[in-house]
Design a protein around this ligand. Structure first.
Ligand SMILES: Cc1cc2nc3c(=O)[nH]c(=O)nc-3n(C[C@H](O)[C@H](O)[C@H](O)COP(=O)(O)OP(=O)(O)OC[C@H]3O[C@@H](n4cnc5c(N)ncnc54)[C@H](O)[C@@H]3O)c2cc1C
Length: 465
């Protein structure tokens, strides 16, 4: 491995704030000293200082405990958010890791460029997105974010900064993408944006009366549409089990836009964003209310197929319309359970899990189905197959129920996403992520004293012995 020379300044790590933190699911809670460095040199002083272990935190949109470090230190890197250079010929953007996808869209969509991969919220940092190797609605065509990152600079525990790419320090590159912040702090990123002619989507809404019809619709539209996702009614059962509404689309080219939109194709007026001002009572979202809500939503989509033009925000970020929507689950918070099965096992796995949810009397308010394509990386979550994401409010029986889902997913060769996880057992994690020993070898070289550690890594025994 080669090091990019760097200068360690005499910045003293600024005074931390001691506070309670959580992920987006508000479960679990943890207490930490939180630092907010504004300059690379401040971060270096913090990283290389003696003291409790450290984990980087971006916008805190991981659901569980990935960006928590209970009774230890957290480095919030959101103030390291400068854009450094952009070449419109190559579409290569270089920026600090605290830049968010929302900021990239604000600056570059009006210029005809969009992030190549985006999760279902734009309020995430690039550093956090690389650390989770996030996927979007285009994974079946474009794989995960790492495929569009040409290189990044990683700050190791010594404070040294190493350039990592497919050619330079490749093991560290592949251990860091999907490595949940445990190899070091990503400080700068180079990423290739996607040129687009408009801020709109030519898409279709496809109604699927059950899970077989949903899978058939994904397979049929796969080659035509670069982006696809299905909302799935997991309160349905029997012959309607897995009924869904698929949303598929491609960025609209100028010649396909109606004249009123083609006149100003890259201008999108930001909407007014409502907020949930307080925690709703814990039982607001129960099986009955979710069932009624899902029945109404499904009935709204009467047509089997409907061609539609979407704006970028409705297509990618319906959840961003309501800030702090995580408060609707009440004070105890919620767990998002996202799993994936290999392609050959996906249908059987989906049916098994959907039937278990239906039989348990639980209902997930949000349930999303996507198809994944090819994937690289040591701990990256995706694999070719189908992925299901479900939200469950925390109650006294939830964790036991999720363990039964773990066993169903594992026996079919599937796995659970670390960026959403808050409760998996270490032995389940080991069985689901067979490349763990390879990742641990890379981590041991980059961080021999396990200075980078998190609530997630300790819960899952991820650190090399
Ligand atoms: C509404 C919603 C929808 C979502 N949809 C999707 C989706 O479609 N696909 C998907 O893949 N994910 C999705 N996610 C999850 C989210 O994209 C990931 O958890 C992402 O990692 C969050 O980025 P963040 O900046 O908030 O990072 P945080 O949550 O703060 O941190 C996440 C991880 O990244 C590490 N990290 C953060 N910054 C750095 C850094 N600079 N260097 C090294 N490590 C760092 C942290 O240690 C932690 O392990 C969604 C989340 C929400 C809330």
């Amino acid at each position: 491995m080669t090091a990019t020379p760097t200068r360690i300044d005499s910045f003293a790590a600024a005074k931390p704030r001691h506070a309670v933190l959580s992920g987006w699911g508000r479960f679990p809670l943890s207490e930490s000293d939180i630092y907010r460095p504004e300059k690379i040199a401040e971060l270096q002083a913090l990283v290389s200082s003696n003291g409790a272990s450290l984990i980087a935190r971006g916008a805190g949109r991981a659901y569980g405990d990935a960006a928590l470090n209970d009774q230890n230190r957290v480095a919030d890197i959101q103030r390291l958010n400068r854009m450094l250079s952009f070449d419109p010929e190559t579409a290569l953007l270089r920026c600090e890791a605290g830049v968010t996808i929302a900021e990239i869209i604000d600056v570059f969509l009006p210029r005809g460029f969009f992030p190549p991969v985006t999760p279902g919220t734009r309020f995430v940092t690039l550093g956090g997105s690389i650390a989770a190797d996030v996927h979007g609605k285009n994974h079946h065509r474009d794989s995960s974010l790492a495929s569009h990152v040409t290189n990044f600079d990683l700050m190791l525990a010594s404070g040294e900064i190493w350039r990592c790419s497919r050619e330079e320090n490749p093991d560290l590159f592949w251990a860091t993408v999907g490595g949940m912040g445990l190899t070091g702090v990503i400080v700068e990123v180079e990423i290739r944006l996607r040129p687009v002619e408009s801020a709109y989507f030519n898409g279709e809404l496809i109604r699927a009366p059950n899970i077989d019809a949903a899978i058939e619709a994904f397979e049929r539209t796969d080659s035509e549409f670069g982006y696809s996702v299905a909302w799935i009614d997991c309160a349905s059962s029997k012959s309607s089990l897995g009924r869904s509404v698929l949303n598929v689309g491609n960025f609209a080219t100028l010649d396909t836009l109606p004249q009123n939109l083609a006149q100003d194709p890259l201008s999108v007026t930001p909407p007014i964003i409502p907020t949930v001002p307080f925690d709703l009572p814990g039982g607001t979202l129960n099986a009955l209310t979710v069932k009624a809500f899902n029945a109404v939503i499904y009935a709204l989509y009467r047509d089997t197929r409907a061609r539609t033009i979407f704006d970028w925000e409705s297509f990618f970020y319906p959840l961003d319309w309501i800030r702090s929507w995580n408060r609707i689950y009440g004070k105890r918070g919620f767990v998002q359970y996202q799993c994936v099965w290999p392609l050959a096992e996906s249908r059987a796995g989906l049916i098994e899990v959907l039937e278990a949810i239906s039989a348990s009397g639980r209902a997930s308010f949000l349930a999303v189905l996507k198809k994944f394509g090819a994937q690289d990386g040591m701990l990256s979550f995706p694999m070719p197959g189908y992925t299901l994401a479900l939200d469950f409010p925390v109650n006294d029986t939830l964790l036991e129920f999720l363990e039964t889902l773990d066993a169903m997913v594992l026996k079919r060769g599937g796995r659970v996403y670390l960026a959403k996880d808050a409760r998996m057992r270490p032995e389940t994690f080991r069985a689901m992520y067979p490349n763990l020993p390879q990742w641990q070898a890379a981590k041991a070289l980059a961080d021999p004293n396990n200075r980078f550690s998190s609530s997630l890594s300790r819960r899952l025994n991820m650190d090399p012995a």
